[in-house]
Design a protein around this ligand. Structure first.
Ligand code: AMP
Length: 114
């Protein structure tokens, strides 16, 4: 997608603090961190949002969760806990239309979220 900032991070047209990459996914630090650990996990495939996930993408989404788990382990937040967030649509606050999982941790989280 030409005008997608996350696709540009995948193609290296835009820079990011990349912490993990494999054939199908990439993870980088959120530019506007909301917690001591705030990493975004994205598929390299451009999928606009959760509502556009198709049957063929299910393995890919599972893979992203597994990568999140791995990064949580590597950053030492697995035991204390962390939050995975998939904002979906305007009312959720989704601002980038390339599906992404926020991995947040390193502090006590509040509930309900704002
Ligand atoms: P959302 O509001 O769920 O769509 O989250 C989008 C996230 O992407 C926000 O937390 C932004 O801070 C983050 N973000 C936007 N552009 C960049 C970028 N170039 N590098 C890293 N994070 C970004």
């Amino acid at each position: 997608m030409d005008d997608c900032i996350f696709c540009k991070i995948v193609s290296r047209e835009s820079s990011a603090d990349i912490v993990y990459e494999d054939d199908d996914s990439i993870a980088f630090k959120d530019i506007n961190e909301q917690a001591p650990i705030h990493i975004l996990l994205i598929p390299k495939k451009h999928i606009r949002s959760v509502v556009e996930i198709e049957e063929e993408d299910l393995q890919l989404i599972g893979h992203l969760v597994s990568v999140a788990n791995k990064i949580a382990d590597q950053t030492g937040i697995s035991e204390k806990g962390f939050r995975l967030v998939l904002n979906t649509g305007l009312e959720s606050g989704q601002s980038v239309w390339h599906i992404h999982i926020h991995l947040l941790g390193g502090r006590k989280m509040a509930w309900p979220p704002g």
